[in-house]
Design a protein around this ligand. Structure first.
Ligand SMILES: Cc1cc2nc3c(=O)[nH]c(=O)nc-3n(C[C@H](O)[C@H](O)[C@H](O)COP(=O)(O)OP(=O)(O)OC[C@H]3O[C@@H](n4cnc5c(N)ncnc54)[C@H](O)[C@@H]3O)c2cc1C
Length: 306
């Protein structure tokens, strides 16, 4: 593997991609930054060879402009392989970048490794019921890796070089950046998750779930119907295929049956505790600890003990 170029607009994800590129045995790990001096420094400090773009025409909100800039950086870096983060913006960027580069593209990649000289990418298949290992057969490759698949890189010996890109004048003017209103919880970053499902009687019981999560130092999450049908919690807290992919150290799952669309977002948790009145609930097949009990009583008991 020669050089690999990485890009993410978020420092922590960019550092994870540096580790990903190293894991593929890249001779050189290059990172492109766009109008972000601070990130350039962070990545250089972690040992990446940073290509800095400072160009007002590359507005971060204009993914087409970002894709054009990253494509030109890849050409200057002399690399055929670009790694991105598979979040909402990263996936849009991946498609646009692959189109410009004439590259094959895979997103939602949950693991990558080199085997027989090829990059093998693991992704969910059949709605999360199974995983498939796929390879890109074109010379040029754009791969978007799920956040938190790799540890953030550390290292030394990086460098910084300013590069010029030729981007048409911006068609989007960024007027203001505002924090997202509403629930800004990041359940993907939580080390402990207390998730509720439709086994919860009503929204009036949520405070005791929140209390348990607080006592355990974690966040409250939920199955999809709790947010989308019942509207008891925000959609930011959904785990699964249509929600977030969480890898906590501890997941306490309360009144959740364990349909595959849910489990795909929690199966990488280190320890899973299931509380369910049904001893045959399918979630129990993947749980490390099973409590066959009414969740309301169990949570009250746990809150009392903790
Ligand atoms: C395309 C598609 C995408 C989807 N994406 C998602 C997704 O991202 N995330 C997701 O969660 N779902 C998703 N779903 C829905 C998914 O298929 C399930 O319907 C959903 O996960 C079920 O949620 P649940 O386990 O809370 O509810 P249920 O399946 O109704 O399970 C409730 C559980 O609570 C138990 N219970 C009942 N009372 C108690 C009690 N008092 N104490 C303890 N346990 C009790 C029951 O035994 C049961 O096991 C998706 C579906 C489709 C078709």
């Amino acid at each position: 593997m020669t050089a690999i170029l990485i890009y993410s607009d978020q420092d922590n994800f960019a550092l994870e991609l540096v580790t990903a590129a190293r894991s593929l045995g890249a001779a050189e790990v290059k990172a492109v930054t766009i109008n972000n001096e601070e990130q350039a420094q962070v990545l250089a400090n972690a040992g990446a060879q940073v290509l800095k773009i400072d160009n007002e025409a590359v507005v971060s909100a204009d993914v087409a402009a970002v894709a054009a800039a990253v494509a030109q950086a890849a050409e200057k870096a002399g690399t055929d392989t670009v790694l991105l983060t598979s979040n909402r913006r990263g996936k849009e960027l991946a498609g646009r970048l692959a189109q410009i580069m004439g590259a094959g593209c895979l997103t939602d990649v949950s693991s990558i490794k080199i085997e027989d000289g090829q990059i093998k990418c693991q992704r969910n298949a059949l709605g999360g019921a199974t995983v498939a290992v796929q390879t890109i057969t074109t010379d040029k490759k754009v791969i978007a890796v799920m956040p938190r698949t790799f540890e953030a890189a550390t290292g030394a010996g990086g460098s910084m070089e300013a590069i010029q890109v030729n981007i048409p004048a911006a068609t989007i003017k960024l007027l203001e950046v505002k924090a997202k209103s509403g629930d800004d919880v990041d359940i993907e970053a939580a080390e402990v998750i207390v998730a509720v499902g439709q086994g919860l009687n009503d929204a009036g019981q949520l405070p005791m779930i929140e209390q348990l999560a607080k006592k355990l130092g974690g966040e409250v999450a939920c199955s999809k119907p709790v947010a989308t049908d019942k509207k008891w919690l925000s959609e930011e807290r959904i785990i699964g295929l249509s929600g977030k992919n969480c890898k906590p150290k501890l997941a306490v799952l309360l009144g959740i049956s364990g349909q595959v669309q849910f489990t795909v977002g929690i199966r990488d948790a280190k320890t899973i505790v299931s509380v369910n009145t049904d001893e045959n609930a399918s979630i129990n097949t993947m749980a490390d600890y099973i409590l066959v009990a009414d969740l309301h009583q169990a949570v009250a008991d746990m809150n009392g003990k903790l």
